[in-house]
Design a binder for this molecule. Structure first.
Ligand code: AMP
Length: 303
């Protein structure tokens, strides 16, 4: 079992979906990622929080064994994101982004963190993603990255630089089209692969996830759910399952990558069943195993 390092956002999210509304609940790309990955392997979290960040949120992560020593608290307010979804839960509409402590965040990696073999650069300013990559003592075995429209718009040049240095990118379908300036998703995935990463995972919400690796496509549908309340964090939870599984196996061959894609989908299918991390906090390892089996049955050709 190898260790996994993540740098990303820790947030207080306010979210409205057709099924409810929450104010300033625990969120953030690194939060969902590390909580999800903690079911598979040892996770170190590097992120910024403000003085207003509730202790209870911290304990939630620590109770899952997440190493929070890399959480840098500073004067000021925690990052806040305000978003909304219509009945089409695949598309988040950002109403407000308050960077707050993220605006001046400079990640400082401890000596141990700098040697972590699996690294996930969760959705955050690409300049910070580059900064973390620079601090690694040796090239990690796998570096994966996620991003979103906010950074594709605002920091495209830095994003291109970091993309050239990673092995895997996970990205939403809309954002893949935007990054590649290409409406066709297959072409968009190929175009992103040509920017550097040898594996491109396109997340398609309720339509599943598509992976392009070594010129071969693999596709996993989303788990068919009757009750979806809030898709926030699905992408990061997916990445947590994906990277967590790879780090736990210490394998990155084609078979492991395919199974990792299924574990990512399994984890994401839980997150959307409630707001914030509520469903994940009730999750048992047996639930993950059961849903993995259910996925297997879902996509198996022979009955
Ligand atoms: P997703 O997994 O794609 O649904 O990501 C949801 C999380 O991304 C939310 O919990 C937000 O706090 C976080 N987020 C939203 N905008 C940004 C941003 N510009 N930078 C970093 N994190 C963000």
């Amino acid at each position: 079992m190898a260790e996994l390092l993540v740098v990303g956002s820790v947030a207080l999210d306010s979210v409205e979906t057709p099924f409810g509304k929450v104010q300033e609940v625990l969120g953030g790309s690194a939060t969902y990622f590390s909580y999800s990955a903690s079911f598979f392997t040892q996770v170190r979290l590097v992120a910024a929080i403000g003085q207003d960040f509730p202790e209870a949120h911290l304990r939630l992560l620590q109770d899952r064994g997440v190493d929070t020593q890399g959480l840098q608290a500073s004067e000021g307010r925690t990052f806040r994101w305000v978003g909304e979804y219509g009945y089409d839960l695949n598309e988040a509409k950002t109403l407000d982004t308050q960077l707050n402590v993220l605006a001046d965040f400079r990640p400082k990696l401890g000596e141990e963190a700098r040697r972590t073999p699996f690294l996930f650069l969760a959705n955050i300013d690409p300049e910070l993603q580059l900064d973390v990559l620079r601090q690694m003592r040796e090239r990690p075995r796998v570096v994966a990255l996620d991003t979103m429209n906010f950074w594709i718009h605002g920091k495209e040049e830095a994003l291109r630089r970091v993309l050239a240095k990673v092995d895997v990118v996970t990205i939403n379908d809309g954002e893949a089209r935007q990054l590649a300036s290409e409406p066709n998703l297959i072409r968009a995935a190929r175009a992103i692969a040509s920017m550097g990463p040898r594996t491109v995972v396109v997340k398609r919400g309720e339509y599943g996830a598509l992976m392009l690796a070594a010129d071969t496509f693999f596709y996993v549908p989303a788990y068919p759910l009757e009750s979806v309340y809030d898709p926030t964090g699905a992408g990061d939870t997916f990445a947590g399952g994906f990277m967590g599984y790879l780090a736990a196996q210490e394998r990155v061959d084609a078979a492991a990558m395919r199974r990792a894609l299924v574990y990512g989908s399994v984890m994401a299918s839980f997150t959307v069943e409630d707001f914030s991390l509520k469903r994940l906090t009730r999750l048992k390892p047996a639930d993950i195993a059961d849903r993995y089996t259910a996925f297997h049955d879902l996509i198996r050709l022979e009955p």
